[in-house]
Design a protein around this ligand. Structure first.
Ligand code: FE
Ligand code: FE
Length: 309
């Protein structure tokens, strides 16, 4: 028997329809895993993409087991909305008590599938000092990790993956209306982390609407097209794409470059390929970053499966 919605329910639903923010899909990691698997065959980084698919699959299993995290209390959420502060702030946050267990679970699941260069480091994770792992995790959350040690470099994607599980679970505990609005910049309104890339969506989210995808919690926020995400400039924005031996390669991915701040952020288009995933397609188009870098632009996106010395 149908029942009437309460005024609060009506207000919440109207709010979420009008919100410029999108919560992650509860199946976000499974979607990434599938996309990574389909991009791997024949790719120059096939082994790494196949490994990344396994890692994303393991993330989904842990996310399913964990379920949405209890959100911050209503007073805190209200303060964040009023002051435009991300309610799941990653920068100064303490690591959840069971973070280490999530990390070890991921390591155990993916170690048999790790490429040769990563296998030994991942297998030796239990012997790695916990304080150093925690320091590395906090540095990754702040975005100021300094990785020259080869073992730390090999472990960083795993640490990044564990943090994504925790922050995505936390995001799934929120309602869309809990996330502050009015952001069109380079920081996630839910957690404050930088984007991985942006995506032009089709279907339920409005045809041709562009969202920026968070590198950490997988929330998305709306940013008008033809606009530099880091600095908001709209003049002189240009697009770079990969050219293969026989015409355009990876047609659904372009780099949006800004002449003002010299930043470059990828834009992946569901209009061109409905199966794109901002995170997976970013990882599969690093050759585009190299070309854009040679042209003098700095990569503004951050991919937590990818760390360079
Ligand atoms: Fe986020
Ligand atoms: Fe800019």
């Amino acid at each position: 028997m149908p029942t009437l919605l309460s005024p609060e329910e009506i207000a919440t639903q109207a709010g979420s329809e009008a919100s410029p923010n999108r919560l992650p899909s509860p199946r976000v990691f499974a979607g990434r895993a599938e996309r990574l698997r389909s991009l791997a065959p024949g790719h120059a980084m096939a082994d790494f993409l196949a490994f990344a698919a396994r890692l994303a699959e393991a993330q989904q299993t842990l996310l399913d087991r964990r379920g949405p995290t209890t959100p911050p209390d209503e007073a805190q959420l209200r303060r964040c909305r009023q002051h435009g502060m991300p309610p799941l702030d990653a920068h100064g946050a303490a690591l959840p008590a069971d973070w280490m267990a999530v990390l070890h679970d991921l390591a155990t699941t993916v170690v048999p599938h790790a490429p040769t260069g990563l296998k030994n480091a991942i297998a030796a994770l239990p012997d790695f000092p916990e304080e150093r792992l925690a320091a590395l995790a906090r540095a990754i959350l702040r975005g100021d990790e300094n990785l020259s040690n080869p073992v730390e470099l090999a472990l960083a994607p795993l640490i990044g993956a564990s943090l994504q599980v925790l922050w995505t679970a936390a995001a799934l505990g929120l309602a869309t209306t809990d996330i502050p609005t009015g952001f069109e910049g380079g920081q996630c309104p839910a957690c404050g982390a930088p984007p991985v890339a942006s995506i032009v969506r089709i279907g339920d989210a409005g045809h041709g609407v562009r969202y920026v995808t968070c590198s950490l919690c997988a929330c998305e926020w709306h940013v008008t097209r033809i606009k530099c995400v880091p600095c908001q400039n709209t003049r002189g924005i240009a697009y770079q794409a990969l050219e293969g031996a026989s015409g355009p390669a990876h047609r659904a991915v372009r780099a949006e470059t800004c002449p003002d701040c010299q930043a470059s952020l990828k834009i992946v288009s569901m209009e061109t390929d409905p199966a794109v995933d901002a995170f997976a397609d970013d990882l599969a188009t690093l050759s585009l970053d190299m070309l854009v870098d040679e042209a003098g632009f700095q990569r503004a996106g951050r991919n937590l499966f990818l760390f360079l010395p």
